[in-house]
Design a protein around this ligand. Structure first.
Ligand SMILES: Nc1ncnc2c1ncn2[C@@H]1O[C@H](COP(=O)(O)OP(=O)(O)OP(=O)(O)O)[C@@H](O)[C@H]1O
Length: 639
């Protein structure tokens, strides 16, 4: 149980080599009479007075080692250090609470105190500019000795999770420190720390003898100068992409957490790619783009990034699927980032869930990461990830493409989260493993989103997953549309009759066959202008319910109307949080003939196997539930 008065205990770090019959050097230090007030000795009755070190080989005489609880020193708020606000360790009995009588230890070597970091009081060890420096080892990770350096050992990050924290002073036995666990937000803890740091102690005898002052500044000539750079402790492996391996690090002095990306194979990487990624990241500063902390070109290169604790979008969605409202937020924030990039004439070129990182789930905050393929200016290279790459990218080599490629990819991401994205692996069973997908894939994607239930989100997705890049909505338009969904209380609304009609008028032929238009007019929402037209009309949930109930009363006998009501309610409510995947039914027509897209250069010279109709997966034009909803709207649609 938490002891609110306890700050830390210091144990001999070498006691495992000793037993109850012999005193280790560290134990001898802990048992010094100087520590009488702080020493607890579970195994023995009282601390011994100034023991004489025993030769190590004396252990050979011991037959069996006893289970042994070593003695320890206890540092408590109630037994505080007095006016100086820190417990001091060193060689000088007059100046130190923790006496280490060794010639290689400075008179005042290190201190145990609290420091406010990230708004919380954390327990720290400070080297007091000792001659030979101090080392703190967290579960065997630590680095070289440092002088004038701080290590967080309690309250934050790894310090609260490390199984073992050792204090190592060169040429001297080492000690294990066990900080007490406290709730750093608790008022009692804060009050205790503030008293510790400020209030002069009246009970501590040592105070009279302690010389107040800063850290020692002299460095003996000839002493090896210890290093001063930051110490980053590797904490966890975060991910492995096609190019890099990413590790989570913790800065022992600042508590800052970072993610460091290095080549998967430090002996085999494309130097230019890494330079490009670093140069790109240096240019960006946006709330929805992962920030660069520091980078070096190597070899091998390293990219230090802000750490995003929830990992990538895919992992987070796997743990707990994003609901409708969260999908709208993801869309809004990523469109915001893309608008920023595209204004700078830069394309990301690898938008996919694995490259979108989650800073927090509640409230949801995401950031775009992995700029390894991003580029400013003319874009020609076929690159990205097969199932998220835009058709014009796959058709690379024929013409340059634009930043609109990112819009397609983002549409894929959102369609995937919303459950209306075909499963590339399942559909093609490895057929495109070593090549880019063909038109059948793009048709499938467009069909899936067109056949998904109508709501504000799928309307926006239909303006993104458009084959012709010039017809796609822009990032700014998507952001604005998504903002309305995020800010509107009825985010899950379907379009109103007015917006439905507007969308019909603004139809373009870029997406699909004309003869599907009246079956599913929103299918034909082509580009940004039609999205804008649609967005001029509010997407309000109360209008859906009105429409749905009208439909219900007009067609009260019909099963279709009942489905319409159910569907509209489904679309509306937070009560059913997820979008439904598109139901496939066998009697549906296919889009295999690709009419309406035939003029698009994608289909010149690309892997032609897709054109065999027999192989084209059967995709429904529109499921019956959607048709019923549309029928309800249909009565008032202008002809
Ligand atoms: N800043 C970060 N914070 C937390 N996790 C991260 C961070 N950066 C990367 N990751 C994790 O590491 C994984 C791989 O990172 P990244 O995509 O940058 O590597 P890559 O080798 O360029 O991948 P790709 O195969 O997409 O090119 C990410 O999917 C994510 O899970």
């Amino acid at each position: 149980m938490e002891d609110p008065d306890l700050i830390a205990r210091i144990y001999p770090g070498d006691s495992s080599n000793y037993d109850s019959n012999w005193l280790s050097p560290a134990e001898q230090i802990i048992r010094l009479a100087h520590h009488r007030e702080r020493c607890i000795s579970p195994g023995r009755s009282i601390p011994l007075p100034e023991p004489t070190p025993l030769p190590r080989n004396a252990r050979a005489a011991t037959e069996e080692r006893d289970a042994y609880d070593p003695p320890y020193l206890e540092f408590r708020f109630s037994n505080g250090p007095g006016a100086q606000g820190r417990f001091v360790a060193g060689r000088d009995a007059n100046q130190c609470h923790f006496l280490i009588p060794s010639p290689v230890v400075s008179s005042r070597h290190f201190a145990l105190t609290f420091k406010k970091i990230g708004g919380y009081y954390c327990l720290v060890i400070q080297d007091l500019n000792s001659t030979h420096g101090t080392r703190i080892i967290y579960d065997s990770e630590g680095g070289e000795p440092r002088r004038g350096f701080d290590w967080i050992i309690g309250g934050l990050g790894i310090a609260t999770k490390a199984r073992e924290i050792l204090i190592k002073l060169s040429g001297c036995p080492h000690f294990r420190i066990v900080p007490a666990q406290h709730d750093v937000t608790s008022p009692d803890y804060i009050a205790n720390v503030e008293r510790f740091l400020e209030k002069p102690a009246v009970t501590d005898d040592l105070v009279q003898n302690i010389h107040l002052g800063g850290r020692d500044t002299e460095l003996n000539t000839g002493a090896q100068t210890p290093l001063h750079e930051a110490i980053q402790i590797p904490y966890a492996h975060l991910g492995m992409g096609g190019f890099g391996a990413v590790t989570h690090y913790w800065n022992v002095s600042t508590g800052e957490e970072t993610a460091c990306k290095r080549p998967r194979d430090p002996n085999n990487y494309d130097e230019q790619d890494w330079r490009n990624e670093i140069a790109m990241m240096k240019k960006f500063s946006h709330p929805h783009i992962v920030s660069l902390v520091q980078a070096n070109n190597g070899p091998p290169p390293e990219i230090w990034l802000e750490y995003l604790p929830c990992g990538n979008l895919n992992d987070e969605h796997g743990k707990s699927p994003f609901d409708y409202d969260e999908c709208c937020v993801v869309l809004y924030q990523s469109a915001d980032a893309l608008e920023y990039l595209h204004k700078a004439a830069t394309a990301h070129r690898d938008i996919k869930p694995e490259n979108m990182l989650v800073a927090a789930r509640d409230p949801l905050k995401i950031k775009l990461g992995d700029f390894g393929l991003s580029k400013e200016g003319t874009l020609r290279t076929q690159c990205g990830t097969a199932d998220h790459a835009a058709p014009e990218v796959v058709n690379g080599g024929h013409a340059s493409y634009t930043t609109a490629a990112d819009i397609w990819s983002l549409g894929c991401v959102l369609a995937r989260l919303a459950g209306c994205f075909p499963d590339f692996g399942t559909v093609f069973r490895g057929r495109y493993r070593n090549s880019w997908p063909g038109a059948e894939w793009y048709n499938l994607v467009v069909d899936s989103v067109n056949n998904a239930g109508l709501n504000g989100l799928t309307c926006i997705l239909r303006s993104m997953l458009v084959l012709g890049p010039d017809e796609r909505a822009t990032a700014a338009e998507i952001k604005e549309a998504a903002r309305r969904l995020v800010e509107s209380p009825g985010r899950a609304a379907t379009p109103t009759q007015a917006s439905y009609a507007a969308a019909s008028q603004a139809s373009s032929t870029t997406s699909r066959l004309d003869n599907t238009f009246w079956m599913d007019p929103l299918n034909s929402i082509g580009g940004g202008s039609s999205l804008q037209t649609m967005l001029r009309h509010d997407l309000k949930s109360d209008e859906i319910s009105t429409t749905a109930s009208k439909a219900s009363s007009r067609n009260s006998e019909s099963q279709g109307a009942a489905i319409a009501v159910e569907n509209a309610q489904y679309e509306r409510g937070p009560a059913v949080p997820r979008l439904m995947p598109v139901p496939h039914h066998p009697a549906s027509a296919t889009y295999g003939e690709m009419a309406g897209v035939a003029n698009y250069p994608l289909f010149e010279g690309v892997d032609q196997e897709f054109v065999k109709d027999s192989e084209v997966p059967q995709v429904p034009l529109s499921d019956s539930r959607l048709a019923a909803v549309l029928q309800a709207f249909d009565e008032e649609r202008p002809t």
